[in-house]
Design a binder for this molecule. Structure first.
Ligand SMILES: [Zn+2]
Length: 57
């Protein structure tokens, strides 16, 4: 890992606040599966996907 690459990616990293868990996160938001437009944190996105998957079985 080089130090230069972290500097370059800093501009692209915005801070978001996840409406689902209330935590701030940096990076790319995930779309909530509940309404397909709410931006949630990647972790909540994964949890929703897992829940959605288990509900469909
Ligand atoms: Zn979240």
């Amino acid at each position: 890992m080089s130090k230069l690459s972290t500097d370059n990616s800093k501009a692209a990293q915005k801070r978001y606040k996840c409406p689902k868990c209330g935590k701030e996160y940096i990076g790319y938001p995930a779309l909530s599966r509940e309404d397909n437009k709410t931006e949630i944190c990647p972790l909540c996105g994964v949890l929703e996907a897992l829940r959605d998957y288990s509900l469909r079985r």
